[in-house]
Every structure is written in C-alpha cells, then in structure tokens.
Design a protein. Structure first.
Length: 144
C-alpha cells in the first residue's frame, strides 16, 4: 500500500508543479526609468523595433535590446508585433545598409537585458515578468 501511495504521489506531483501564476511566461516590455513615456501600444513598439521611430517624445535617442538567448520568448515577442524573427533581421539589415539605423544590441539572457535597460538612457527591451524589478519600468504587458 505504501509503495502504491508513493508511486501515485510521484505521478501526480508534476500536476501540482504547474502554477496558476503566469509571471514566467508573460512577456513585458521594459524601459529605462528615465524614459518619458509610461506606456506603449503595439504600433509604437513596432515602430521602435523597425527603426521608424528612433527617439522618445522628449527627443532622447531610443536604444533597443534584443533577447537572443531565449528563442521562445523572442519569437512570441515578434509574433505580437506581427513579424517573424527572420523578418525583423532583414528589416534591421536593410536599415543598417541604408544608414537609417542599427539593429538592437543582442543579449543572451534576460538578466543582461534588465541590467542594460536599467543602465542605458532611452533603452527598451523585453523579458518575462519574473525578471523585472524596480530598476526598470514596465511599458507594456504581452499576455499569451
């Protein structure tokens, strides 16, 4: 009986490991705390990431960060913008070759994105909600 109970607990334990908290999968767009805007919509965010807008409303230059180390988060972010990762790369390459802008700085992990956004005036990046602290401000939440 004891062995049966132990087997049962081992089999159902993963069901309880899944939490109702979506903070690990919800993507948030973060900005440097000094950024003048307090919120962004999808269109403005797309304009920043495609280089159509290169400055904040107060004239501060926008500095973009890309999360290259987490393909699932990155793909969901660009999907929200209505683009694929490869389409965004071609937009950035075209902008760079035409002298109209630079691709975002690619960082390999979410902690690095938060650190760089916090330390860089005008910066924008994206991470999962679990990585956000008081050092940055959240401009947009992207739920699944």
């Amino acid at each position: 009986m004891r062995r049966l109970l132990l087997t049962f607990l081992i089999l159902i334990a993963p069901l309880f490991a899944v939490s109702g908290d979506d903070s690990d999968t919800t993507i948030v767009v973060i900005a440097n705390r000094a950024a003048p805007d307090t919120a962004l919509d999808r269109g403005a965010l797309l304009d920043f990431y495609t280089g159509d807008i290169q400055a904040w409303s107060d004239g501060t230059r926008v500095r973009l960060f890309d999360l290259e180390g987490h393909k699932d988060v990155r793909d969901r972010f660009f999907d929200y913008l209505g683009k694929t990762s490869s389409r965004m790369r071609s937009i950035w390459l075209k902008n760079m070759l035409s002298g109209e802008g630079h691709p975002p700085d690619a960082l390999s992990d979410e902690e690095a994105v938060v650190r760089q956004v916090a330390a860089t005036p005008g910066a924008i990046g994206f991470v999962t909600r679990a990585h956000v602290g008081d050092s940055v401000k959240v401009l947009l939440t992207i739920s699944e």
